[in-house]
Ligand binder design. Structure first.
Ligand SMILES: [Fe+2]
Length: 214
């Protein structure tokens, strides 16, 4: 019965999170070491699912427990922001087919961001957490239970998913910026001459000075 719960004894919460870290790092290496796009897409899909589940259990269970136990707010806030950036990139990658110009670059930047995040968690956050009085075995059981639920039912859409769904993906921010500036130049060239003659609206300070002179 619920044999995954007994496996929690193999490791406490920190050990479980470290196992997740090893798994995603291995997937990142595999992504970078293959030239086969089909393989890359398969590896990316697996890594993204792992990361979504991992971020959810940390945000729902692990980080709040550490906040209660007095782990430094700055460390936890920074971790939240790193999750936020990773989730924005994941939301964009989720909408890509893999054939886009920036698909590979986006995944590599995600991997770099997560590698840095892992370094900080393992180097600063986890040692501080260890010194707290948290019950890591009980926390570990909670993490595993939630993991199972998320694997079975799927991970609910994040705020970042909703944001990207509204705004669309930035496949190439630099190229988009070039296009936007080209459009501006064309629009300016087409604008009627009398538009130029229209006086600029007065600033509130200018208005105040003008009324004072009357
Ligand atoms: Fe994390």
């Amino acid at each position: 019965m619920l044999e995954f719960l007994t496996r929690a004894n193999d490791g406490d919460a920190i050990a479980i999170l470290k196992q997740d870290h090893e798994k995603v790092k291995e997937l990142f290496d595999r992504f970078e070491n293959t030239d086969d796009l089909r393989q890359k897409k398969k590896i990316a899909a697996e890594a993204i699912m792992e990361l979504k589940i991992h971020a959810t259990i940390e945000e729902e269970i692990f980080y709040p427990a550490l906040r209660k136990r007095g782990v430094e707010k700055d460390i936890l806030n920074e971790a939240d922001e790193e999750h936020h950036v990773a989730k924005l990139l994941i939301a964009e990658l989720d909408q890509m087919t893999g054939s886009e110009d920036h698909y590979e670059a986006k995944f590599i930047v995600l991997a770099e961001n997560v590698r840095h995040h892992i370094k900080e968690e393992e180097g600063e956050m986890f040692p501080q957490a260890r010194r707290s009085e948290a019950d890591f075995v009980a926390l570990g059981k909670e993490l595993l239970l939630r993991k199972q639920q998320l694997k079975k039912n799927g991970v609910p859409p994040s705020d970042e998913d909703k944001l990207i769904a509204r705004g669309g993906i930035a496949d190439s921010p630099a190229r988009n910026a070039r296009k936007a500036s080209a459009k501006k130049v064309t629009a300016k060239a087409k604008a009627p001459a009398r538009a130029k003659a229209r006086p600029a609206p007065k600033s509130p300070a200018k208005k105040a000075r003008a009324s004072g002179r009357r």
